[in-house]
Design a protein around this ligand. Structure first.
Ligand code: COA
Length: 374
């Protein structure tokens, strides 16, 4: 999470809103906002490195990096490539996945399939978004809701019942206009006019999104449980996308479940889009809400419209962070090497590199001429 915290009170000083309105309508009290020099990749890299530390894994063994995000650092290249590079995950493929706020749960399902197919062993799945960059900070209907952050999990192939049991994905493009950034894509490239009209900002029909979420989320939870052959009673914890506390309460009511079954930390972070589910999962693990053998459902929904759920059984407890010193040291070396390698490759591909290569070529030619004349 970025360190900078913006409270409801801070927002009330700059726009026509109040702590009371925000808290009662959404459950949000604070949100963390990225610094100006911090974008999605920076947070995603920190989260991914933390996941590698918890799993005590070697970054060079990662096969695939998937970053669920709707706010990549740039349209091209993908944020996942920046993460792959910073991790020194030299043999990994990398791609971004944009399914709005469902991005992480979608990415988790994809990562699971990549392992289940036998193609990959170790998959890094990240959910990361810097919503503050696409939200109009003068628009009270969206500015109060969103925050920034990143979370990551490392999936590993394993035997036994623990792990991901089933996934369910859905989409309804007819609702694409309910939550969208109109400009900046190929349909309406960003230009002075689109900026003047604020079309590069997120536009949201809050009421419609609220209605969609409270109807769809219970359905996808039931669907994934049916696929996993689990009953609702067996579920120990549901970790939903943190969009609005009232949506979570409405879903709990529809499923006849107590609110306590739903993990909520929206008060602290607001809606961090694709990052919200992994952040909540990691926090639930840290707070020991999650224990081996427990059945957990992760559920996301958002722009697209999209929705997704994953049913899983939690495996043996997570190791102490960096249990083995030498592997912690190894990761440090890999990260430093990755950084130096990037600088070196950029130099080699630059004019400086071309000059260096041509000087070396001349030197080689001179040497060969001299040795020939001898
Ligand atoms: N502070 C104070 N008043 C505000 C406000 C704010 N930040 N934002 C809107 N209002 C006002 C509106 O202007 C409106 O005033 P009016 O009645 O005088 O016209 C009033 O509050 C009610 O607005 P409305 O939009 O109907 O409120 P709501 O109860 O639907 O709550 C949301 C708005 C956005 C909190 C709610 O619709 C929501 O959470 N929707 C889901 C959004 C979401 O989850 N998006 C992400 C999905 S991934």
């Amino acid at each position: 999470m970025p360190e900078r915290v913006v409270t409801n009170g801070d927002l009330a000083e700059v726009m026509d809103t109040s702590d009371e309105w925000i808290k009662t309508r959404t459950g949000i009290e604070r949100r963390h906002i990225a610094e100006e020099n911090q974008a999605t990749a920076a947070m995603a890299i920190e989260a991914a490195r933390a996941a590698l530390a918890v799993a005590d894994a070697d970054p060079r063994e990662v096969d695939l990096v998937i970053v669920g995000t709707a706010t990549p650092d740039t349209c091209m290249p993908s944020t996942a490539c920046l993460v792959q590079n910073a991790l020194g995950a030299s043999r990994a493929g990398a791609l971004d996945l944009n399914a709005g706020c469902s991005g992480f749960v979608y990415a988790l399902a994809m990562g699971h399939q990549a392992i289940a197919s036998g193609e990959h062993e170790l998959v890094m799945v990240v959910g990361a978004d810097t919503m503050s960059r696409i939200v109009n900070q003068q628009d009270r209907s969206t500015a109060v809701i969103f925050g920034d952050g990143a979370g990551a999990v490392l999936l590993r192939a394993s035997e036994g019942t623990a792990g991901i049991r089933a996934t369910a994905l859905g989409s309804d493009g007819s609702g694409g206009d309910l939550l969208m950034v109109p400009a900046g894509g190929s349909a309406m490239p960003a230009c002075a006019e689109t900026v003047a009209q604020g079309l590069h900002y997120l536009a949201m029909d809050g009421r419609q999104v609220y209605r969609f979420a409270s109807r769809t989320v219970p359905r996808v939870i039931e669907q994934v449980l049916e696929k996993a052959k689990m009953s609702l009673d067996e579920v120990d914890l549901i970790i939903p996308h943190q969009a609005n506390l009232r949506i979570m309460e409405a879903v709990a009511k529809r499923l006849h479940l107590p609110d306590e079954k739903f993990y909520a930390n929206i008060d602290e972070y607001g809606n961090t889009s694709a990052a919200s589910v992994p952040i909540a999962l990691c926090e639930a693990v840290d707070k020991e809400y999650v224990a081996p053998g427990q059945k957990i459902v992760l559920v996301g929904f958002g722009a697209g419209l999209t929705w997704a759920a994953v049913a899983l059984e939690w495996g043996p407890s997570v190791q102490e962070i960096s249990a083995v010193f030498y592997r912690r040291w190894l990761r440090w070396v890999v990260y430093r090497y990755a950084d130096m390698h990037t600088r070196w490759m950029r130099f080699v591909r630059s004019n400086g590199g071309r000059a260096w290569r041509s000087a070396r070529g001349q030197w080689d030619r001179l040497r060969h001429r001299d040795s020939g004349s001898e």
